[in-house]
Design a protein around this ligand. Structure first.
Ligand SMILES: *[C@@H]1O[C@H](CO)[C@@H](O)[C@H](O)[C@H]1NC(C)=O
Ligand SMILES: *[C@@H]1O[C@H](CO)[C@@H](O)[C@H](O)[C@H]1NC(C)=O
Ligand SMILES: *[C@@H]1O[C@H](CO)[C@@H](O)[C@H](O)[C@H]1NC(C)=O
Ligand SMILES: *[C@@H]1O[C@H](CO)[C@@H](O)[C@H](O)[C@H]1NC(C)=O
Length: 394
């Protein structure tokens, strides 16, 4: 693989990816028609992760490494203004909140918001491992933030006394809450790749990254969580950014079926296989908890296989917003910067800015998680979740 231009948009999310809102009139997301009967399934949602799930923390902290998210066209499709989401509109976590009749999650750093129905600790650029890991490997200078998973967990613990009083009260509240642990971990690899580390070295990080995610999941269970969803990685080899940076003239490097970079997708599957194994161990240890694996890979690779089936008439690999080139991604003219243009219909694209996905792609991923088969066990127990196919292939 070619080495990465050093001044890239230090995207944290690189691949992986980046409310509040006075929610509109339809409070119970007409999208999925969640049970509008009886009481809502969850009292609250607590979310951790990176730019794929961040609903404003990174922006509220200044967003210095990636200031363009503070301007349109970020947010253009749904909010009509930038909210700190690294997309044109809503994220997977937003569609999940809507589906359960909950307000879109306020970012933890937002002042004066009520967190009684949930809060989002996700932070664009966040890693699963702590900054020290990257310092030891000479990678830390390109980190967007130090708000790693353990930092986000510390925020949760700090907030806890304001959410519930006695241990019994907390147990009862968290027992009726959904905890989303990720997506997280993609940036741990992105930063390393962008620093020019090779596949063999970055592969050696995977067990540690997975352990950090498993540790956080376990800690939440010990704090009272009983329903947790832990997403795996997206098919990184289909990311506009990686396709642009690691493009090669060798056709053998590409999957003939979808045009994605084979080795990077094998890498993502490796992470996902180890993560599922770690979650299996936790399930055996904590049998009262429902630990759900979310197959982001499977839910998203469909777009590359059959983009038109999902209305992505511009394919799955070319970005809506960008500065030219074969995939419409240009490091010197990234989305939101001079020289870039925005497509007229973001819903016809999977890729938003070359790093993150469009609202439309997020909606389809969320539907795949809620309606099956991309959650194991199923997020909605009424759906027939079947074992996903992306595991264990590596
Ligand atoms: C992360 O922490 C280190 C050490 O405290 C600091 O030098 C660096 O500026 C921080 N990075 C970010 C992006 O906040
Ligand atoms: C959580 O709620 C379920 C269903 O009401 C109940 O069976 C379970 O014992 C509760 N668990 C805890 C830890 O309170
Ligand atoms: C996970 O937790 C174990 C046990 O506390 C600890 O030894 C290990 O260092 C942790 N690993 C990571 C990556 O956080
Ligand atoms: C990338 O952007 C720069 C700066 O706007 C421009 O000069 C260059 O032609 C663009 N490259 C492509 C392939 O469009």
């Amino acid at each position: 693989m070619a080495s990465f231009p050093s001044q890239l948009p230090r995207s944290p999310s690189l691949l992986p990816k980046v409310s509040l809102l006075l929610l509109s009139l339809f409070s119970c997301g007409g999208l999925f028609d969640a049970d509008d009967s009886a009481s809502p399934r969850y009292a609250a949602i607590f979310s951790f992760g990176d730019s794929l799930a961040d609903t404003g923390n990174f922006l509220l902290s200044g967003a210095l490494p990636f200031p363009s998210i503070s301007r349109l066209p970020y947010g253009v499709t749904y909010f009509g203004r930038p909210t700190g989401r690294c997309s044109d509109g809503r994220l997977v976590v937003d569609f999940i909140a809507e589906a359960f009749g909950l307000p879109l999650l306020p970012p933890y750093l937002a002042q004066g918001q009520s967190f009684q129905q949930g809060v989002n600790f996700a932070f664009a650029g966040a890693t699963a491992l702590d900054t020290a890991f990257f310092e030891e490997r000479g990678i830390s200078d390109i980190l967007w933030s130090n708000s790693s998973l353990s930092v986000q967990l510390a925020w949760f613990e700090k907030l806890k006394p304001s959410l519930c009083g006695t241990p019994g009260e907390c147990n009862a509240f968290f027992n009726r809450s959904l905890f989303l642990v990720g997506e997280i971990g993609g940036n741990d690899y992105n930063y390393a790749f962008f620093k020019g580390k090779g596949l063999v070295e970055v592969r050696s990080y995977v067990p540690m990254v997975v352990q950090a995610i498993a540790n956080a999941t376990e800690k939440l269970i010990r704090l009272g969580a009983t329903e947790l969803m832990v997403p795996g990685n997206l098919p990184v080899g289909c990311s506009t950014l990686y396709l642009t940076l690691y493009g090669t003239p060798d056709k053998k490097d590409y999957d003939r079926r979808n045009g994605c970079l084979k080795q990077l997708n094998v890498f993502a599957k490796y992470h996902n296989a180890l993560l599922q194994r770690a979650l299996g161990k936790l399930r055996r240890r904590y049998q009262a908890a429902r630990i759900i694996y979310a197959d982001y890979y499977g839910a998203a690779i469909r777009f590359a296989h059959a983009p038109r089936h999902f209305g992505f008439v511009n394919g799955a690999l070319r970005a809506c917003c960008g500065g030219g080139g074969p995939y419409n991604f240009n490091v010197s003219a990234a989305c939101g910067h001079p020289g870039s243009t925005v497509c007229s219909d973001p819903s016809s694209y999977v890729a938003w800015d070359g790093i993150h996905l469009t609202e439309s792609a997020h909606r389809d991923i969320a539907t795949g998680l809620l309606e099956g088969p991309y959650t194991t066990p199923p997020l909605l127990p009424s759906t027939t979740g079947i074992p996903t196919h992306s595991s264990g292939l590596f």
